[in-house]
Design a protein around this ligand. Structure first.
Ligand code: GLC
Length: 649
């Protein structure tokens, strides 16, 4: 609920930075306009309602006075500074009223009266406009060679014909805003019998492999622009039925739209129109977007050496907002993140509500990345403490309760149930009958994996690729578990790689399960799309995991399988059937993250050292202590201390 500005706690002053493109520019080749295209406009009050929900960089009059927020589709932030969870009472949330731009928070400055503060905000906006223009529209990333600490990314190797085609297609997918590259479109399927739906947008998660391909090639401007513009889009508006998502949410996707300027037929401007899930099929908030953004931000710094970007106050604020959202208290009992179904790459109903592995692995990775990037000062030390506590609890939880191998399945098979006690073995009251019949045969003697989800009395035993890959990449898995996952993939090659890498999950839901769990979703029929379909974009993530574990030859084998087919099949989004033999029923062609994922996988294999920009090493300190006080309480035992299987090898 919006609170009056006067309720703001008087210990910090907010300043605002405006990044805007104020130039009037000649029409770009992409814009079919004959008149000049302006990159920003000051007035929003007069525009049609449907446009008011659109983000306009640098638009200080974005909100029409007197019109309720709900009708404007506008998020007015409370100014309260609430304590945050986890015993971390000083960790502040930052709320802003009447401003849709990112706040710059200046630590240690005394509060000024509200009126002065507002005036100062406006002054700052005006003063920053020029700087913002430079930063975002005219700013040039330094040449990689000049940057200290940046990765040497020059590729010497002659490109194959397939790679050349992939680069050409990736170039065609680039989306510009104010004549600057800002992202890549999800699919460029001109032949589409399917509707474009939202495949003509820039998806946050889809852009990650594109970003990496560009960075590894030494092109960083597009990534920098993407990071800064998506930061500005970070949740500020009302969404479904007048209800707002938490502040800090990153959109699933955005579109660059060209609109007439103030009703004039003479001038046009480009605006960024984000989708936080309010238009997306299923209306699901994309929990993974912010996590990917953090992961990419770290990789950008490591590759370019341009650490100044992550040190910027607005970028630091963006990181904090995402973390605050993830670390805030709820009704949850577990250190894992509680989300709704379809809140990640699998963005439709697939029975992955609760604590799906994909989100946990990305969450862990984002926490590790943030910890490296957060500027340490008095204002951030509590946040860092909260991150460390969460990392430690989360890694224990996943390593201990999500891991299955022959030994563990056998334990579950013999579980006692209904244990009412503090030191129950079967903590989640799993009934052994839940062990699916396919798993009994499928589980190899050597190897194992993290299950897809864990809820009270419920283990989802499906194997989900992305979560398992990121558990390896981020060191959420112990080295032994990480090796075990790759052993399993090698052993079950035909099921997970087959004729097209890689299965999004294994096995598919069939018959009654499909009907009940997917809600009879015709797109997610058995062995199709999210329900056991094969997604070539997963290749780069598999490659990362293989390189981290010193087994690049596995990734090479998978890349070779894909390289054979992808260009002939026109780079589809996904494949169907148990072995990935057919192009997906409703698959888009020229899907950008298929193309970029292939290129990134190739480049990583040629330059395995580059994998380090995305991976994290085991942090032994995290495992030593336990943040909880249970060990001191003789009556209640701490799981961590009780657990014998918490071995790090
Ligand atoms: C589909 C996928 C999602 C992807 C989007 C754009 O909705 O499920 O993961 O981001 O397409 O490619």
């Amino acid at each position: 609920m919006a609170m009056g500005l006067s309720t703001a706690k008087p210990y910090r002053r907010r300043l605002f930075l405006l990044l805007r493109c104020t130039r009037t520019v000649e029409p770009s080749p992409k814009c079919p306009h004959h008149r000049p295209l302006s990159c920003s406009s000051p007035a929003a009050a007069a525009e049609p309602t449907h446009l008011r929900r659109i983000f306009r960089p640098g638009d200080p009059n974005r909100f029409a006075p007197g019109i309720p927020d709900a009708f404007l589709g506008v998020r007015r932030f409370s100014t309260s500074v609430d304590p945050i969870s986890g015993g971390d009472k000083n960790l502040e949330r930052i709320f802003i009223q009447n401003m849709a731009v990112k706040p710059i928070v200046v630590d240690g400055v005394d509060a000024v009266p509200i009126e002065d503060e507002r005036k100062e905000e406006v002054d700052t906006v005006v003063a920053s406009a020029e700087e913002g223009k430079e930063e975002l529209c005219g700013g040039k990333v330094e040449d990689l060679d000049q940057l200290e600490g940046g990765l040497e990314v020059r590729q010497e190797k002659e490109q194959s014909e397939v790679e050349k085609e992939a680069w050409r297609l990736l170039g065609k997918a680039v989306v510009s805003y104010c004549e600057r590259p800002i992202g890549t479109v999800a699919a460029n399927d001109v032949t589409a019998a399917n509707q474009a739906l939202n495949y003509d947008q820039v998806f946050i998660r889809d852009f990650v492999p594109s970003a990496l391909a560009f960075l590894l090639k030494g092109e960083s401007e597009i990534v920098r622009n993407f990071l800064l513009h998506t930061l500005q889009l970070q949740s500020w508006e009302k969404t479904v039925d007048c209800y707002s998502p938490g502040q800090g949410l990153m959109p699933a996707s955005f579109k660059v739209r060209t609109v007439t300027l103030d009703g004039s037929n003479e001038a046009f401007e480009e605006v960024l129109d984000p989708d936080f899930g309010e238009s997306a099929i299923g209306r699901v908030a994309p929990v993974d977007s912010g996590l990917w953004w953090i992961i990419l931000l770290r990789a950008y710094g490591k590759i370019t050496g341009d650490y100044a970007l992550q040190e910027r106050v607005d970028v630091q604020t963006g990181i904090r907002l995402i973390l605050n959202l993830c670390l805030s208290d709820g009704f949850d009992m577990f250190p894992s993140l509680l989300v709704t179904d379809g809140s990640c790459m699998i963005d439709r109903r697939m029975g992955i509500h609760g604590h799906p592995l994909e989100i946990q692995a990305l969450f862990y990775s984002a926490l590790r990345c943030s910890r490296e990037m957060i500027t340490i000062n008095d204002g951030s030390k509590n946040l860092v403490r909260a991150i460390n506590n969460r990392l430690s609890a989360l890694s224990f939880h996943i390593r201990e309760y999500y891991w299955v191998d022959m030994k563990k399945i056998n334990e579950i098979y013999r579980y006692k149930t209904e244990e009412y006690s503090h030191d129950a073995i079967n903590k989640f009251n799993i009934y052994p009958e839940q062990i699916p019949s396919w798993l009994v045969e499928w589980m190899p003697d050597k190897g194992g994996y993290f299950i897809g989800n864990l809820q009270p009395a419920h283990m989802d035993f499906r194997f989900f690729s992305l979560g398992n890959f990121w558990a390896i990449v981020s060191s959420l898995a112990t080295p032994r578990q990480a090796d075990g996952i790759l052993n399993l993939i090698e052993d079950k090659w035909d099921d997970i790689v087959g004729r097209m890498p890689l299965k999004i999950c294994y096995p598919s839901l069939e018959y009654e399960e499909w009907r009940i769990i997917t809600g009879s979703d015709p797109k997610n029929t058995p062995w199709s799309y999210h329900n056991g379909g094969s997604w070539p974009t997963l290749l780069w993530q598999f490659t990362l995991a293989c390189i981290k574990m010193g087994r690049p030859e596995l990734a090479q084998r998978a890349v070779a399988v894909a390289e054979e087919r992808l260009p002939n099949d026109k780079w589809p989004e996904y494949y169907d059937t148990r072995s990935g033999r057919f192009i997906g029923k409703q698959s888009r062609l020229y899907q950008t993250w298929t193309i970029a994922g292939f290129l990134t996988a190739k480049m990583l294999l040629e330059n395995p050292a580059a994998a380090a920009v995305l991976t994290c090493d085991e942090d032994l300190e995290l495992l030593q202590g336990c943040a909880c006080c249970l060990s001191k309480n003789a009556r209640i035992k701490c799981s961590r201390l009780a657990a014998k299987s918490q071995v790090v090898v």
